[in-house]
Ligand binder design. Sequence first.
Ligand code: AMP
Length: 217
Amino acid sequence: MRVFLILGAPASGKGSLAQMVEKKFALTHISTGDILRDSVFKETEIGLRVKDCTANGTLVDDSTVNGIVFARLQGEARDVLFDGFPRTLNQAIALDSFLSEKGFHLGLVVNLDVPTCVLENRVVNRRICSNVECRAIYNMTRRKTVVEGVCDLCMSPLKQRPDDTAQAFKTRMDVFATVYRPVLEYYSSKPNFRQVDGSALPDEVFNAVSSLYGEYV
Ligand code: AMP
């Protein structure tokens, strides 16, 4: 099995890109943010523990996240695409150990590079489908729905993420600058790391990334 990664700052487009890549290349998309938000929604034991972090933009502890991720990987038959993981150096090192222990391989690692002023604008305009089975991601300026406020795919109402506020965005960018940067440095020295301009339109980013995936999948 191979594990592909999409890295990037908050609102850099990791989730939207992963949803497109998942369909085209038949990978299993695992978003730690989605899993954590689901557990909050379902008020599971983990959900109650991580609720504040996912709302205020701070990170959930490594052992909780690693536990969720490695349990998911155990039962997986297809190649996997992560978005939002790893987010700390400890998570990256734990992933490497897990892969070598299981004889799995690291595939392409893409970092979406987007200027901060663009990220802030995207956060304010981001809307997600409220249906947890769908989770389509829209943007009120870049990726609009046909009917305002309604998901094109499943017709459920759209909602704003609780951490897409100005205050939580600031916290998430602080976390990105301090904790996430070393993760980018860690992967940037690997031969399968690619930097992609994430400020382009979603289809343009997808086309650029697709041609890179073509070499791997
Ligand atoms: P995301 O949807 O990837 O932006 O993640 C939303 C929130 O979930 C983050 O702000 C964190 O609170 C939490 N989260 C997601 N992935 C991780 C991770 N790998 N490590 C720690 N916390 C995470």
